[in-house]
Write a protein that binds this ligand. Structure first.
Ligand code: HEM
Length: 490
């Protein structure tokens, strides 16, 4: 059949396909990110990145690209990863902000919270209501509570060592961090240190970052799970719903305490936020309070747990470093408190080095380049594109940290400007971790109490435990792949 100027329909179809391919190729090649270093396929597809997210290997994969292509690398047709200390300061600055990308709202869908919101005004309002209670001075009132939880965890470890021949410091760290954030936020904890049992709650906490990572990577599939059950993905929705219930229950307990004790009730990390719901419900509805409570529960337990676990394990594997720390701990007065620990330089260097080499949040923290674009590490990136820096690569840059894979606390004795700029375990700028002072307090107290109690601590090989168990798996947050870490002190 003749159709147009003697061309047959088959030929027309071929021409149409050819034009479509040319058009598509032109669109791809005219992408401004085409000029940036990176493997050819990252210009065409996000598939390889997504594949590595699902494997829990995104940071390692992005890092391998930095090793091959340098400090600026295209990782998808729309996103660039940066490994440069000056550029990272520019991306996570407070003024002229690079806003959080949509990744976060998909990571934590439903109602937004102080961590996930991309709305500047919402964030400012919430952060202002939360900041003073969790600041270094605001936390002073909570020091004894944190110390109590640490001591309970150490007691639990001692008992377990007696009975089992080793203790799982991952488990005790999780119980400790969970009870600390519960007690400080709601005035009553989840009592993990007392019940000492794996519950649905702790199982959910362990999986929350995995679920969030999957959601952000496959937003389309998440919509489909509403209609077609996809077990792996719908698990994330179920966890989130359960955490919402935990937060509601914890807040109800908190309301009860406040009702009984009035304004004499012990302040909590959420006190100001709580008062804002009481005094002016229009300013802060209950739902918004509950969502921030959920953010605290999720952000405040897994991160500290994993950092502490890697710190203890690493020191048990490096007797020389442990001995140096013990010598410093020996100078402490009897009945020392966190105020004494803050004065110990080597303890601080050990914590810094753990945060560097075993960053609990190793993945890229995506930000949108503002209108007008930005030049980062010598490369112009137009407005609207996504840039991210990942602690995993920032902290392994050999130009900044010589012998980056070596655990060497003494490198922090005289840190260079580049070392300080490149150090981003808590993110940066206006979205820097709200809980960093609390996390550091927990890390100081737990490290000092554990090693003064068990100076002979070593890695245990009970029940087939080996270094292989500690290989990290990275779903936005990082954890040891078998979620256990056995040590012994006999
Ligand atoms: C060693 C432990 C911790 C690490 C490594 C860590 C890491 C981080 C990082 C990297 C961010 C920035 C995320 C981004 O920009 O996308 C962040 C934000 C946040 N963290 Fe932490 N965190 C830790 C402990 C805590 C604790 C104990 C809390 C307790 C409440 C907490 C609460 C938060 C909150 C609320 C945010 C959001 C801040 C905002 O967007 O304004 N974190 N954390």
């Amino acid at each position: 059949m003749e159709v147009l100027g003697g061309l047959e329909s088959g030929q027309l179809l071929l021409i149409a396909v050819g034009v479509a391919i040319l058009g598509y190729t032109y669109t791809i090649l005219s992408n401004p990110l085409a000029r940036l270093p990176g493997p050819w396929y990252t210009l065409w597809t996000e598939t390889i990145l997504k594949y590595n997210v699902v494997r829990g290997q995104r940071p390692q994969w992005v890092h391998s690209l930095h090793e091959k292509y340098g400090t600026v690398v295209r990782i998808t047709p729309k996103e660039v990863s940066i490994q440069d200390p000056n550029a990272v300061q520019q991306m996570y600055q407070i003024k002229g902000e690079f806003l959080k990308s949509q990744f976060y709202e998909v990571f934590l869908p439903g109602n937004k919270n102080v961590f996930s919101t991309t709305d500047v005004n919402y964030h400012r309002r919430h952060r202002k209501l939360l900041a003073s209670e969790i600041s270094e001075s605001g936390l002073a009132v909570h020091r004894p509570t944190v110390d109590d939880k640490v001591r309970m965890a150490i007691e639990g470890m001692a008992e377990e060592m007696e009975k089992r021949g080793a203790t799982d410091v991952y488990r005790w760290s999780l119980y400790m961090a969970t009870d600390v954030i519960g007690e400080l936020s709601f005035g009553s904890s989840f009592r993990m240190l007392e019940s000492r049992e794996e519950t649905q709650y702790t199982r959910d906490l362990k999986l929350i970052a995995f679920a969030g990572g999957l959601r952000s990577t496959f937003p389309f599939l998440m919509k489909v799970t509403k209609y077609v059950p996809l077990p792996v993905l719908s698990i994330g929705t179920q966890i989130r719903e359960r955490i919402r219930v935990y937060a509601t229950q914890a807040l109800s307990r908190h309301y009860k305490i406040v009702e009984e004790q009035g304004r004499n009730a012990k302040p909590t990390l959420l006190s100001k936020l709580y008062r804002a719901t009481e005094d002016d419900k229009d300013m802060l509805p209950f739902d918004e309070l509950r969502e921030d409570a959920m953010a605290y529960i999720a952000a405040g337990s897994d991160t500290t747990t994993n950092t502490l676990t890697y710190l203890i394990w690493t020191l048990c594997k490096h007797p020389d470093i442990k001995a140096k720390l013990l010598a410093e701990l020996n100078t402490l007065p009897d009945g020392f408190t966190d105020l004494d620990l803050k004065k110990l330089p080597y303890l601080d260097h050990v914590i810094q080095e753990t945060l560097r080499l075993h960053s609990a949040a190793p993945s890229g923290l995506p930000r949108v380049v503002p209108q007008g674009g930005a030049t980062l590490a010598g490369h112009f990136i137009p407005g609207g594109y996504t840039v991210s820096a990942q602690a995993y690569s920032m902290h392994r840059n050999p130009a900044v940290y010589p012998e980056p894979l070596k655990f060497d606390p003494s490198r922090w004795e005289n840190p260079t400007r580049a070392m300080k700029d490149a150090f981003v375990p808590f993110g940066g700028g206006s979205r820097i971790c709200l809980g960093l002072h609390l996390a550091k307090m927990e890390l100081r107290l737990a490290t000092a109490r554990l090693f003064t109690r068990f100076p002979n601590a070593t890695v245990s090989h009970l029940e087939g435990f080996t270094d292989e168990d500690m290989v990290p798996i990275m779903f936005f947050l990082m954890k040891p792949k078998s979620q256990r870490c056995l040590i012994d002190a006999h």
